[in-house]
Write a protein that binds this ligand. Structure first.
Ligand code: HEC
Length: 165
């Protein structure tokens, strides 16, 4: 949990603790519904942010990428490569080439499955339920520019696959 704030961000932490049975519907992870209240969620997020900012010499090392990507992704996205942007924004729940976590699925598999065009994929990121009613994925708090970059990245995985086949 040390860097959970950076791995997931505020909105995702709130969605996970309030609706674990939805977010983890397709995952082997089974977090119980704890009945956490709205004020408790705010306190929990403030606590996780505080924990994440403690100087602990970049521990745990596997989360350091998320911390860097989280801090740079909106302000200086040009300083990150595409995979870092995508994993920094989505790697708390999605995996790609053995990075990240697979709660929502691996992006290569998702790319080969989805039929969304670019605009629909961007809309899905910002408000999943508006594209896929009942979707277990919470809305993502990314700027339209970052969402466009991520959509291009995911769709590029699809193109490469199709060309290879
Ligand atoms: C808090 C966890 C979480 C985060 C963070 C997250 N997702 Fe998801 N995502 C999910 C879950 C869970 C699903 C499975 C949704 C379902 O089918 O109900 C999913 C599914 C998807 C799908 C497949 C949709 C479909 O129709 O099959 C796409 C595309 C996707 N996510 C993109 C993203 C992108 C891009 C980001 C980062 C901007 C992101 N996700 C961040 C949890 C997350």
């Amino acid at each position: 949990m040390t860097k959970a704030f950076y791995r997931l961000g505020e909105g995702n932490i709130a969605s996970i603790v309030q609706h674990p049975e939805v977010i983890y519907r397709h995952s082997f992870r089974k977090m119980p519904q704890m009945g956490v209240t709205e004020p408790e969620v705010k306190q929990l997020i403030a606590f996780l942010r505080w924990v994440g900012e403690i100087e602990n010499r970049h521990w745990p090392p596997q989360d350091e990428k998320f911390v860097t990507a989280f801090k740079l992704r909106e302000a200086q996205a040009q300083n990150l490569n595409k995979v870092d942007v995508v994993m920094g924004a989505c790697g708390g729940c999605h995996s790609f080439e053995n990075q990240g976590r697979s709660i929502g699925g691996d992006f290569s598999a998702i790319a080969s499955r989805i039929t969304y065009d670019r605009a629909t994929l961007i809309r899905f990121m910002l408000n999943p339920a508006s594209v896929k009613p009942g979707s277990a994925m919470p809305p993502q708090n990314v700027s339209p520019e970052t969402a466009a970059l991520i959509a291009d990245f995911i769709l590029s995985l699809k193109v490469t696959r199709e060309v290879r086949q």
